[in-house]
Design a protein around this ligand. Structure first.
Ligand code: SAM
Ligand code: SF4
Length: 322
């Protein structure tokens, strides 16, 4: 369906939990995270019902996220069922990779179309400092094991003084592997401020890569499900490099996405706390749920105002799903 600004809305990010086995400094506080009870979050059946409504409203791609989605029980089963919904063309997953090795085969058998692995560093010590957990070796193992088995994207948030020395090494993962390495600007959400971490502008990363690897040649895609990343090819690289620069180049004009939190709240813009409490409507048997979701999507805000220092959304990214 189209929203009030004539944008085609066809992509939903569904968070299945707000729990996580890491504590990335820019995303989640070390302690004091409010633990939601099972009753607070949508059941898998409820998620499925919402996904069915989404598909009737024109959603074609669903990304499963969290918190850490692989902590949610029976996730492969949910993926298999969402894949079976008529109109859903793609189901993908964003994960920190800690549990990838345990679940990779089941996820692939369930029909998952792709995995985004969040990996900000290839240095074990930097990883432990940034995520406050010593789990790097098993992530690396899970990642290496997965190459060639399913379309894979690496998501890296460049951070000043943390991983800036590693940008070339991380980009070079796409040299011999047919994967996409994407650099995502740190957004002013969650613990990003409090952590004292500073992001690195995309333009700077871009120029570092060009100086070392040669020209970055833009790849134009007609795929309407692609989302906000801009992709580039480097000569002799098997994979691609992508950039998501929410701050420098607002992509709100082409935004095609909505988000469902683990608590069943429909968010139509990353930077606003407005939306629809689907969980309550679902549980009270509201007969007009589909219409109310349609209206809420239609009213999706025009754009974020981060560049003006306006922060409407107070939830952490682990509760929104990225
Ligand atoms: N736990 C999973 C993971 O880390 O991939 C999925 C959820 S996590 C919230 C999704 C993505 O959001 C991760 O790639 C993470 O790096 C990104 N993220 C979290 N906080 C962010 C922020 N303030 N700015 C930019 N990206 C952020
Ligand atoms: Fe957990 Fe992902 Fe947030 Fe890191 S970015 S704390 S892995 S939800």
């Amino acid at each position: 369906m189209k929203d009030q600004f004539n944008r085609e809305i066809n992509y939903a990010r569904i968070s299945v939990t707000d729990r996580c086995n890491l504590r990335c400094r820019y995303c989640m506080p070390e302690c004091g995270v409010k633990k939601l009870s099972h009753a607070d979050i949508l059941t898998l059946e409820e998620i499925l019902s919402v996904a069915e409504i989404f598909s009737r409203l024109g959603i074609k791609k669903i990304r499963i996220t969290g918190g850490e989605p692989l902590l949610r029980r029976n996730l492969p089963d949910l993926i298999r069922k969402i894949k079976d919904i008529r109109g859903i063309e793609q189901v993908t997953l964003t994960t920190n990779g800690v549990l990838l090795k345990n679940f990779a085969q089941e996820l692939i058998s369930a029909g998952l179309d792709g995995i985004n692995l969040s990996l900000d560093t290839l240095n074990e010590k930097t990883f432990s400092d940034l995520t406050r957990r010593k789990l790097f070796p098993q992530i690396l193992e899970g990642f290496q094991d997965l190459i060639g088995k399913i379309p894979l994207k690496i998501n890296c948030v460049p951070l000043r003084g943390v991983n800036d020395e590693e940008i070339l090494k991380i980009a070079a993962l796409a040299e011999n592997n047919s994967i996409s390495v994407r650099f995502i600007e740190l957004m002013p959400i969650g613990c990003a401020f409090e952590s004292g971490l500073r992001g690195i502008p995309t333009a700077e990363i871009f120029s570092t890569l060009e100086k070392n690897f040669g020209e970055l040649i833009p790849i134009y895609s007609k795929n309407s499900l692609q989302g906000p990343a801009q992709y580039f090819k480097i000569k002799n690289f098997s994979g691609q490099i992508g950039f998501i620069d929410a701050l420098e180049h607002k992509f709100c004009g082409n935004c095609n996405r909505i988000r469902l939190t683990a608590e069943g709240f429909l968010k139509t813009c990353l930077s606003f706390d407005s939306g629809l409490d689907i969980k309550n409507l679902l549980r009270s048997g509201d007969k007009n749920l589909e219409e109310r979701i349609r209206e809420t999507i239609y009213r999706k805000p025009r754009e974020h105002s981060w560049e003006l220092g306006i922060r409407n959304e107070k939830l952490g990214m682990y509760r929104i799903g990225g």
